[in-house]
Design a protein around this ligand. Structure first.
Ligand SMILES: Cc1cc2nc3c(=O)[nH]c(=O)nc-3n(C[C@H](O)[C@H](O)[C@H](O)COP(=O)(O)OP(=O)(O)OC[C@H]3O[C@@H](n4cnc5c(N)ncnc54)[C@H](O)[C@@H]3O)c2cc1C
Length: 466
């Protein structure tokens, strides 16, 4: 029986980054993945395919709507959806193979199959090709991720009623798409299909979209999405989807109670969140504790079972690839006897619509609720010269500084390319920067990042460009 220092169950961004770091640190490591490809949800049916479709569909919309205003005209512009889907698959294939190469490079054993904790220090694998393998190990890392959450009355068939996985693979643009859930996955995928020609209607239980986002930014985001043609049914809950031969009939009613009504759809996307995936993992064998929703409980990545760690989407916290990656690297470090730390105050979140939305740290609502005294600086892209030159003036940057410590504790932005720009504030926050530190840093002109500098100046009341 093979003897390992670390066996990782799950080959997503949490698991594969844990494996790479463990390999680099000289630990004898194995990674078990059941889907036949590494990369998990993120590379196969999440971050990467969604961004491939967002990028391509954005070009299509820009070519139709924005280019003529800049004197670039096309005749005979058309959509080849099969090619668009194929380029998405090419991106996924290239990246998953790249991760497999990184396993080899770092001397990690990649085992294709379903892993199950059979006893302390033992993981049994039902191999995808048939047969079984048992691994003896000093440490186990659970990185089994998450799957789409379901909703009573909505039967997902991945053809007409789809989860995010099916919505990434449609081979025809639906006439009418109803999206259940106004979170980032529904809004990103809704944007893809709206750009390609679908009428997109988002039904959201709450009276706002993207509930964890800074309220002011979320309100602007909603306005912009409406301006783009997305339709919203806020404060409404879906009670069922009836599949008829020629259409789907979605029943909705006000969340607070009231008269029910129906919506017609060709495709329904169910995207109300994700749930941890630990089915058949054998947690009960060694008594690993979970919360009521099934998330594996951890203290500094350690479960209650000795030498068993858990990371990523199957644990509480934001369900984001880079959060899983951070935790994966930290666990490898700890197993190797080194530091292992994640700063949960600086985990950025990005919505890859156009314009993008990005945030890091505390929102204004969170600071108010915690009774923290803070100062705020804001700057609109309407007053930024690069944004005006590029016809990309929607949005703003907001910087939040805690009064007592003079540290930036949050930044929230909506605008073209802010998903890249947020990194600047993340670095500043990691170094404990004040708004003044950002304000006194020279930024290139003309760039969208000057809006960050101006917003930072706004914290101390000396905005110069508006
Ligand atoms: C449409 C969509 C878009 C997204 N976009 C973004 C984005 O832009 N940015 C971002 O940060 N996040 C995004 N996410 C979220 C991101 O994909 C997840 O947060 C991330 O993949 C979590 O990583 P993980 O390693 O914890 O789990 P996963 O990526 O879910 O990987 C877990 C893997 O473990 C395997 N597994 C489970 N059980 C077993 C077992 N018993 N044996 C063997 N293998 C097993 C699973 O098959 C899976 O491949 C998106 C998600 C979706 C659905």
């Amino acid at each position: 029986m093979a003897q390992y220092d670390l066996v990782i169950i799950g080959g997503g961004p949490g698991g594969y980054n844990c494996a790479i770091r463990a390999g680099q640190l000289g630990l004898k490591t194995a990674i078990i993945e059941n889907r036949g490809k590494l990369g998990g949800t993120c590379l196969n049916v999440g971050c990467i395919p969604s961004k491939a479709l967002l990028h391509a569909s954005e070009f299509y919309e820009e070519a139709r709507k924005t280019f003529p205003a800049m004197g670039v005209n096309f005749t005979g512009l058309s959509l080849d959806l099969a090619r668009m889907q194929a380029q998405k698959e090419e991106a996924v294939d290239g990246l998953t193979k790249g991760v497999e190469f990184l396993m080899k490079k770092n001397k990690v054993d990649y085992i294709k199959g379903v892993g199950r904790i059979a006893a302390p220090g033992r993981v049994d694998v039902a191999l995808n090709d048939g047969g079984k393998q048992s691994l003896e190990t000093r440490n186990i890392c659970i990185a089994t991720g998450s799957v789409p959450a379901d909703l009573r009355g909505v039967d997902v068939d991945e053809e007409r009623v789809v989860s995010s996985t099916g919505a990434l693979a449609l081979n025809k643009v639906p006439g009418k798409l109803v999206v259940i859930g106004g979170g980032y996955i529904g809004l990103e995928l809704g944007s893809v299909w709206r750009r390609l020609g679908a009428e997109v209607r988002v039904v959201e239980f709450l009276d706002r979209i993207t509930p964890t986002m800074d309220g002011e930014i979320s309100t602007q985001f909603l306005k912009i999405l409406k301006k783009q043609g997305m339709i919203f049914e806020l404060g409404q809950k879906v009670t069922g989807v009836e599949k008829q031969r020629s259409k789907l009939v979605v029943s909705i009613e006000p969340s607070a109670g009231g008269a029910a009504r129906t919506l017609d759809a060709d495709v329904v996307l169910l995207s109300i969140g994700r749930k941890p995936y630990t089915d058949g993992l054998g947690l009960e064998t060694i008594g690993v504790r979970t919360d009521q929703r099934g998330f594996v409980l951890t203290d500094h990545f350690k479960t209650n079972a000795p030498n068993v760690y858990a990371i990523g989407d199957c644990t509480p916290g934001p369900m984001l690839a880079h959060k899983a990656e951070e935790e994966g690297a930290a666990v490898a470090q700890i197993v190797a006897g080194k530091w292992g730390h994640v700063n949960y105050d600086v985990i950025p979140g990005v919505v890859y619509t156009n314009p993008e939305v990005a945030g890091v740290g505390k929102t204004e609502e969170e600071l108010k609720a915690a009774g923290v005294a803070y100062k705020v600086g804001k700057f609109p892209f309407m007053a930024n010269s690069r944004a005006r030159t590029n016809h990309e003036t929607d949005g703003m940057v907001k910087i939040l500084e805690e009064e007592a410590t003079k540290r930036v504790v949050g930044a929230h932005m909506i605008g073209v390319g802010v998903g890249e720009m947020i990194g600047e504030v993340c670095v500043a926050m990691e170094f404990g920067a004040s708004a003044e530190d950002i304000a006194r840093t020279c930024h290139a002109h003309p760039t969208m990042t000057e809006a960050i500098r101006e917003a930072a100046k706004g914290v101390d009341g000396w905005i110069m460009q508006a």
